[in-house]
Each structure stands twice: as structure tokens, then as C-alpha cells.
Write a protein that binds this ligand. Sequence first.
Ligand code: FAD
Length: 478
Amino acid sequence: MTRSGHEYLESLQDGREVWLDGERVKDITTHAAFRNTAASVAHLYDLAHDPVHRDVLVSGGVHRTYAVPRSYEDLVGRRRAYKVWAESSFGFLGRTPDYMAGGAAGFAAVPHIFTTDTFDGAANALAYHRRLAEGGLYCAFTITNPHSGKGDDDLVVRVVEEKDGGIVVRGAKMIGTGAVFADEVIVGTIEPLAPGDVDHALCFSVPVDTGGLKFVSRTSYEAQARGVFDNPLSSRFDENDSLLVCDDVFVPWERVLTYRNVEATAAMWWQTPAYLNFVHQAATRFWTKLEFLTGLAILLTRAGGTYQLPPVTQAVGRLLGMVAQAKAFVLAAEASYEQVDGGRGGVMPGTEISYAQRIMAGELYPRAVQEIKQLAGGSVIQLPASAEDLLHPEIGPVLSTYLRAPGTAAEDRIKLLKLAWDALGSEFAARHEQYERFYHGAPHVYLTMQTWAGGAESCENLAQSCLDGYGLSLGTGQ
Ligand SMILES: Cc1cc2nc3c(=O)[nH]c(=O)nc-3n(C[C@H](O)[C@H](O)[C@H](O)COP(=O)(O)OP(=O)(O)OC[C@H]3O[C@@H](n4cnc5c(N)ncnc54)[C@H](O)[C@@H]3O)c2cc1C
């Protein structure tokens, strides 16, 4: 059976080096910046023990999202598991353990990608997948450089020493979403490396408490939250992003996946199903998040008494259309599934549709948020600072009188409006907009990739067939 939430929380008390506000955090399970989100991740593990969700989440004693899918039905089963976890945070925890579970399953589907002239990481890639699956482990990833590192070789993660038992690495990576809550972090490079840049061409995965690994957290929205009533999302689902610094970290050979090989360091993401599996998880979460936001819009407009007005009903219709688009991308990626090239009988979501999902989601999310802000008006701003005001014997009854709406008690109305502002307008919300725009790469990368993903030739051929159907002659042509 998969591990429990309690076991997960215990495993976090391992001396990992997390920094926040000039302080080395002793225990993230008790610290005000991390404890509620750690509990939210623990809850995900507990869901696998809940009879309502167990069969959707677990198969053969292992969480379903670690499995290498062999059929369309397996992809559908995996998506159902993604959906249960996504609904648990209303889509606001993006890099839950199921994200890298799909990556590891992608590596295991084509381990020969890791066999190169410079290093044979195939057995390590299979062991990585097995370790994650059997332990139900949470692996975060940092595969983005904070800067090019050009001109100062030690800035981006690279090897500084080779030893009998492994390598010593030094340098930084960004943005470790969820890394402080993870068991392991995989460190690699997804940006194309210059031919011959073998010094930066490596990928490895190590436990988060490995000596010399430092995680420097950004501002914590959980720490800033006044409480669940006041900040219902940021107080519980702040998955954190941290700068990863490798301060001469020793990596045993068995933890190395690619080494001094520019092609394999990129191919592990693009020529395995790993990236497509990432999109499958993310697209399911995105669909769930839009469902949640649209539900919020409906509740807001009902409470505000505007729901029946034709422009408001139409705005809700537009949002529901966005939800359907997000859902359609998931279903279409599954229906257009492909056999894994050179794989061991595995399948993966369709490439063309999966790549297009990134374009759609990055552009749709800010539009959805704007649409709901337009519906929300000024009430989301004119709210008492905290629940303390409502609980106060003198000012509480005043607020109960003046902030109620027809049919809605003040407490219920304030609760809803605070949830809306946390989702749409808080600093946490702004981070989510940036997340949806960038977490799968920048537009100049994914828009270019779409032209390689298929479809261009058939579009061009169709337009050309129109041109080929007529000429200079004055006839009607056919
Ligand atoms: C909230 C959040 C969480 C993230 N989590 C993770 C994580 O867990 N792990 C991880 O590894 N990464 C993570 N990322 C990083 C993410 O993958 C990168 O932000 C993304 O790949 C873009 O890279 P960049 O930030 O370096 O932007 P850049 O590549 O610098 O692009 C920024 C902008 O610069 C312009 N630009 C840059 N180069 C060009 C060019 N050649 N042509 C045209 N325009 C250009 C474009 O306008 C582009 O939008 C996260 C990002 C965010 C925002």
C-alpha cells in the first residue's frame, strides 16, 4: 500500500536546508510558512487510503500515476487519478508528486535514451522510476537556469570534481516549485545546450536532505496569510518556489542519469514520453482549476444578485466555454495517443494536441481571471481585514448588519469574497498567473515547437490545393 500522510510528514523532518527571511528553517512541518501546505500534500497521500478514492488512485499497491501506460484505457485511468488530486487543491497545487511520477514513467518507457558513449544511465533511470513508484516518492525538479552562466562557469550547475564513487556538483538552478516539500529533486537542463557544452550536460536526482543542497524560498504567501477564513487558498496551497544551490554536492554514480552528453540531456525530456506525461497531469489540473474559478464566478454573481442579467449569464457562458476547451484538450490528447517510439509497448498522449494545450492554457488563464474580476466589482476589496473584526463583540454585529446581502448572511458573503480575492487578486493569485504562463516554458519556445509538432504540412497542403485549383484563365475553374 502507498505511504500515509503521517509517514510523509515524518519523512520531511530530515534536516533539509531550507532558507527563508534570513532564517534556516528547522522543521517545515511546524514552520508557519510551510506547515499547512505540507499538510495539504499529506492529505493527497491519505486519499489513497480512502475507500472512496482508493481504486482510482492505486493499482497493484502503487499510485497509478507512476505506471507506464500501455493503452488508451491506462491513460484515462491515469487522468482520473490526476483529477482526484487536482480537485483536492482546486488546481492550485501544480507540482504534486504525480507530476514527476509521469516524468519517471516516461524515462522507464524508453531507458535506452540514457545509454550513450559518455555514460550509461539506463539502469539508473529504471532504478529511479522503481524507487519513486515503490516509495510513492515526491520528486521536484529544477531544470531551468537562473542565467546563462556564460563567463562565470560556477553559476549554473556543473561538475567540479569526478571521484571513484560519483561526481561533485556546484552551481544554481531555478525554480524549484514544491522542492522544499519533496523527497528528491531531479536537477537537469531543458534548454538547448550549445553543441559541445558537455560541462553543463548532466542530470541527476538526489534526496532533498543531501549535504550541500540549499533551498532558498521566495516570499511565503502561507506565512503572510491571516488564517484559512481570510486567505483560504494561500494559507493551505502555497506550493513554494525555491532557488536551488548546489554547494559542492556529492552525487553517487547510481544517481546520475545523463553525464557529459548534450544530446541525451535534452532527449530525456523530448524523446521520451516525460514531457507529454507532464502536460497530461498539468492539463487535467488546469481543467480542474478553471472549473473551480467558474464555480466561483457563479457563486459570486448569485450572491451579488446579478446572475440573471443577460450580460452576466453570457459571461458565465464564456467561462463555461473555457472549461469545455480545457477539458477537450485532455480528452483529445488521450484519444490521439501514440505508441512510444522504440518503447517497450508503452503509449503516450498525442504530441500535437499536448503541445497545443500549452499555448491554449497560457493564453486562456489570464482571460478567465479578467472575466471574473469584471464580474466581481468592488466588493472583493471592501472587506474587513480579518476574521477578528467579525468575531469582535463591538464591531462584529455592525459588520453583520452592513455587509449582508439579500438572502446571504454577512459571514457567508465575506467568506466567499475573500476566497475570490485570494484566487484572483492576491500576490498568491499573481504568482498563479505567472505560473500558468511560464511553467511549461516561454512562448518563444513552445510556439516554435508547435510548428514541429505536426499539422503545419497538412494546413499548407490544403491552402496549396486551393491555389492549384485555378489559374490565370477566366474560366470558373473547379
Ligand atoms: C511560478 C513558476 C514556477 C516554475 N516552476 C519551475 C520548476 O518547478 N522547475 C523548473 O525547472 N522551472 C520552473 N519554472 C521555470 C520555467 O520553466 C521558466 O520560467 C520558463 O521556462 C521560461 O524561462 P525563463 O524564466 O528563463 O524566461 P526567458 O526564457 O528568459 O523568457 C522570458 C521572456 O523573455 C523573452 N525572450 C527570451 N528569450 C527570447 C528569445 N530567444 N526570443 C524571443 N523572446 C525571448 C520572451 O518575452 C519571454 O517570454 C517555473 C516558472 C514559474 C513562473
